[in-house]
Write a protein that binds this ligand. Structure first.
Ligand code: KG4
Ligand code: ZN
Length: 345
């Protein structure tokens, strides 16, 4: 994850330009990034409005929308970056994990472009891409690093010894953190996606109003969020007059507490030099503030990707693709979509 210094940058014709493509869930995204860190363009077309009335992502609708949006989004990314196919060094694309139909659209599009422009294709693990997001703005990162990867589909603590060297330290035994935000928001009638909606309404609530459970907080590095979700539902059914602001704020406080405490303990146990947040839930302000403060108190470095790079985007795919290309070379054109792809890679 360390940025490439000027000396490390290959000289000659290459401009280190990677076109990244991301379609694993409900964002159609394309970006052009130089040397895994300089973002020339990053275009994200969110399908949130299409899925909102269903309260979550509908896979079939997502695939069809990706089909319509992919080429315009790629074209916009190329125009904004001021490059043509001939300027690129490779096309990087998320090939898992994600929704199979959605992945296939991006993967097929990337293969077609690689073939047409005679460029190498690089398959990228979406989770690994999230780990590279912090690098897009943070410059040099201190390793080893403990990353809390929190998204709609994943909650993982990942120890990163060096770029591309991962150890999975903990995961969720039931719901992912973002899933818990989304489900609680749906129950409270706050809409989709739930994370931003809960954060917004929680601003005017009391985070100490209700003492929701902090599951498994002192044991191990795994997470469980389904008990917290059930506790919220039971509380609202029992006290229907409870202010939604207070319920949302108290839920968010419990979730942030567990996430931050486990990250802090894992960082100490693995004796890392820095911590980082990644994934959509890393956009959450109370979580960011808490993790930054904990890191400062522990004397650790802290990388928090900008909010636009926390949620799904293709700049992080291009960055991860650049590093994979240098370490492993190109993927074959028979690269499959792998909905259940995992870390470590
Ligand atoms: O990484 P991402 O864009 O997509 C996946 O790969 O899952 O993450 C989406 C998740 C959703 O569950 C969404 O509710 C959550 O990230 N999220 C947030 C916030 N913004 C997005 N959760 C809490 N607070 C936020 N501000
Ligand atoms: Zn994601």
């Amino acid at each position: 994850m360390s940025p490439v210094s000027e000396q490390e940058r290959p000289t000659g014709a290459t401009r280190g330009l990677i076109l990244g493509i991301e379609t694993s869930c409900d964002e159609t995204a394309a970006a052009v990034v130089a040397f895994g860190e300089d973002v020339l363009s990053s275009v994200v077309s969110s399908q949130v409005d299409l899925h909102a009335r269903f309260g979550g992502v509908v896979p079939e609708i997502a695939s069809r929308a990706h089909l319509e949006l992919l080429i315009p989004v790629v074209a916009q990314a190329m125009v904004e970056a001021g490059v043509s196919g001939a300027d690129l060094d490779a096309v990087a694309v998320t090939h898992g994990p994600g929704l199979i139909g959605a992945l296939l659209v991006g993967l097929s599009g990337a293969k077609g472009l690689a073939l047409a422009w005679d460029l190498p294709l690089i398959g990228v693990n979406h989770l690994e891409a999230h780990l590279y997001a912090a690098q897009l703005e943070h410059g040099r990162i201190a390793f080893p690093q403990m990353v809390l990867l929190v998204s709609g589909g994943h909650t993982q603590l990942v120890a990163v010894a060096a770029p591309g060297e991962y150890e999975l330290v903990g995961g969720t035994v039931d719901d992912a953190a973002g899933e818990a935000f989304d489900k609680v928001a749906r129950f409270l009638g706050l809409g989709y996606p739930g994370g931003p909606a809960i954060e917004e309404i929680a601003r005017s609530g009391d985070p100490q109003a209700i003492d929701f459970p902090r599951a498994m907080v002192h044991s191990g590095f795994d997470f469980s969020f389904s008990g917290l979700k059930t506790a919220v539902i039971n509380h609202v059914r029992r006290y229907p007059e409870a202010a939604t602001e207070d319920v949302a704020a108290s839920f968010q406080a419990a979730a942030v507490d567990v996430l931050a405490l486990k990250l802090e303990r894992a960082a100490a146990e693995y004796d890392v030099a820095s911590v980082a947040l990644a994934g959509g839930v890393a956009a959450n302000t109370p979580l960011r503030q808490r993790v930054a403060l904990d890191a400062e108190l522990a004397g650790l470095g802290c990388s928090l990707p900008g909010r636009t790079y926390c949620t799904d985007n293709a700049a992080m795919v291009a960055a991860a693709g650049w590093h994979r290309f240098r370490s492993d070379g190109p993927s074959g054109l028979d690269l499959p979509a792998v909905p259940g792809l995992r870390l470590p890679v």
